[in-house]
Design a protein around this ligand. Structure first.
Ligand SMILES: Nc1ncnc2c1ncn2[C@@H]1O[C@H](COP(=O)(O)OP(=O)(O)OP(=O)(O)O)[C@@H](O)[C@H]1O
Ligand code: SF4
Ligand SMILES: [Mg+2]
Length: 364
């Protein structure tokens, strides 16, 4: 175990040194996750951000028990995830996942009622709780903001709006009364106004039910709007993690700084357009895996600080930057060095404050 993660309470769910490999068609090994430590505490909202191909979905699926790590482990309240059918069945009561594509995830031949009732039947919840199935379905739909539920019971997915379909998926997950919802790009296919409503719903569920949420997104504005903490992923690693107001207001990693600089609401940062895309995980660059695209490496900042050899030769772990905030960057370590490691956070001079205008959510 490392000291990467400093959630106050014992984490509900944790990835500890998780490595996930995929075999490619050409017989190579793609290392989609390469030693990831991350945890979600009860009642917290954690955002997982990063470009396409950075490993966000793989980490979410691994935390859900859908991918088996080649090394490291997933822990539920400090215990290794029980991967027996019985263990996974009980785990599904604690952790539920909602996918991006509500149309693809709902069966076109199932009514809303049937979709939401599925998990309730599978887990025998009506008998267990001495309540009728209809009552449980209606309660889950109401919690997901589908009111009055009865009016929608017999509708089919094609008769619903995109926002309603996403709420039906959320209702199906809430029906099991989970403690954690993993939402992979939950609003990326929705209109802006509906996006705000769904995000407000997630916030309300956290506030009223203490539901923890792991939200996967490439949208830093979304993370800013709802997350308590944000983890930034690059090529299978977490490169920066901490309280959202620190990671997104005073980002310390050049990758986070570059991602943030192109968010439209962040006007005080000079836009940095990253060259190319996240590399293929069968060919992970040596040293800091971000170095071939790093603006600070390219513009000589790393060289002037005497770390450029380390940048392309020495891999590095996440280091404490300030309380609860960790960064994997040789330049950051050189700049902030000992002061930061002793907990005296030093704000980066290269970053600015994005402004409160990004917090735009109103509850529906
Ligand atoms: N089943 C698989 N087989 C082979 N490679 C995979 C598989 N799943 C993911 N990968 C590879 O692992 C890397 C991480 O993929 P992942 O889907 O986790 O990224 P992501 O951050 O979720 O991207 P996006 O934002 O596009 O959803 C990518 O290079 C991807 O091609
Ligand atoms: S370690 Fe070097 S290459 Fe990597 S992000 Fe920091 S400055 Fe850039
Ligand atoms: Mg993904």
């Amino acid at each position: 175990m490392t000291a990467v993660d400093e959630a106050d309470t014992a984490p509900l769910l944790k990835a500890s040194g998780v490595v996930v490999d995929f075999a490619t068609r050409g017989g190579e090994v793609a290392r989609a996750l390469d030693g990831v430590n991350v945890s979600v505490a009860a009642g917290e909202i954690l955002a997982l951000v990063g470009e396409s191909g950075s490993g966000k979905t793989t980490l979410a699926r691994t935390l859900m028990g859908l991918e088996r790590p080649a090394a490291g482990e997933v822990q539920v309240r400090g215990e290794p995830l029980d991967r027996t059918p019985r263990g996974l069945r009980s785990f599904r009561r604690t952790v539920q996942m909602v996918l991006q594509d509500a149309s693809g995830s709902l069966s076109p031949r199932q009514t809303v009622y049937e979709s939401v009732a599925e998990g309730i039947r599978l887990h025998g919840l009506a008998e267990e709780q001495g309540r009728s199935e209809t009552e449980l379905v209606a309660a889950a739909m109401a919690d997901a903001g589908l009111r009055p539920p009865e009016r929608l019971f017999l509708r089919y997915p094609h008769e619903l709006s995109g926002g309603q379909r996403q709420r039906v998926l959320i209702a199906g997950a809430l029906a099991l009364q989970p403690e954690l919802l993993i939402a992979d790009e939950p609003v990326s296919s929705l209109d802006a106004s509906i996006r705000g409503e769904i995000l407000a719903l997630l916030l309300r569920l956290r506030d009223t039910r203490g539901l923890a949420v792991l939200v996967v997104t490439h949208d830093l504005g979304l993370a800013w709007n709802i997350a308590d903490r944000t983890a930034v992923m690059y090529l299978g690693r977490v490169v920066e993690i901490g309280p959202t107001e620190q990671v997104l207001e005073v980002p310390r990693h050049p990758y986070t700084q570059a991602l943030l600089s192109v968010v439209p609401e962040v006007e005080r940062l000079e836009p940095v357009v990253l060259r190319g895309e996240v590399p293929d995980p069968t060919r992970i660059p040596a040293g800091c895996r971000f170095h071939p695209r790093c603006p600070a490496y390219a513009d000589g900042s790393a060289e002037r600080a005497g770390v450029s050899e380390a940048c392309h030769g020495t891999p590095l772990a996440l280091l404490p930057a300030s309380p609860g905030h960790h960064v994997a960057c040789h330049l950051d370590a050189a700049r902030h060095g000992d002061a930061a490691r002793h907990g005296n956070a030093v704000a980066s001079s290269t970053t600015g404050e994005p402004g409160g205008s990004m917090r735009v959510i109103t509850d529906s």
